[in-house]
Design a protein around this ligand. Structure first.
Ligand SMILES: C[S@@+](CC[C@H](N)C(=O)[O-])C[C@H]1O[C@@H](n2cnc3c(N)ncnc32)[C@H](O)[C@@H]1O
Length: 148
């Protein structure tokens, strides 16, 4: 991130305990421009508590399924589609890639690239940390979307 243009709006998918965004806020990123989403309500409650404890409580943390829900359904986030300067994923792709197909035969991971493209602004950055054995699949997965 140090070598990239300074992003304004940052979305972390699968924020877990929210510590990554807390660290960014501590390093000078405007906490009001940071949103962490997770489909686990427990994760979001924990993230909010940690952020308050670390005095970066202005970060937004919301319960949301990255694959099926848009942040635009959240209060004050009506412009959230195609608007993010940076999308962060630390470990969430791993979880999604290992999830089984649903009853219609759709694998959750197949939805992933389209969701990334839908939420990033044109020219926005996507920064992912995942297990090495999965990383070789990511470029081709995202190329399928034909937009990155
Ligand atoms: C391996 S943990 C990583 C958490 C955090 N990013 C970290 O590095 O500590 C994966 C997280 O992704 C969340 N997650 C998995 N699938 C998700 C989805 N479709 N939408 C939102 N969150 C999801 C899980 O609840 C979990 O908190």
């Amino acid at each position: 991130m140090a070598n990239a243009p300074h992003p304004q709006k940052i979305l972390e998918v699968g924020t877990g305990n929210g510590v990554l965004l807390c660290e960014l806020a501590k390093q000078g990123y405007d906490p009001t421009n940071l949103l962490g989403i997770d489909y686990s309500a427990g994760s979001i409650t924990l993230s909010q508590k940690i952020a308050q404890h670390r005095e970066v409580g202005q970060i937004s943390f919301e319960v949301l399924n990255f694959l099926t829900q848009d942040p635009s359904c959240l209060p004050g986030m009506q412009q959230a589609i195609g608007s993010w300067d940076l999308l962060l994923d630390k470990g969430t792709y791993d979880a999604i890639a290992l999830a089984e197909k649903d009853t219609t035969g759709v694998a959750p991971v197949d939805l992933y690239p389209g969701r990334v493209v839908r939420l990033l602004r044109p020219g926005g950055l996507f920064l992912i940390t995942c297990k090495p054995f999965l990383s070789k699949f990511i470029p081709s997965t995202l190329l399928i979307s034909n937009s990155l």
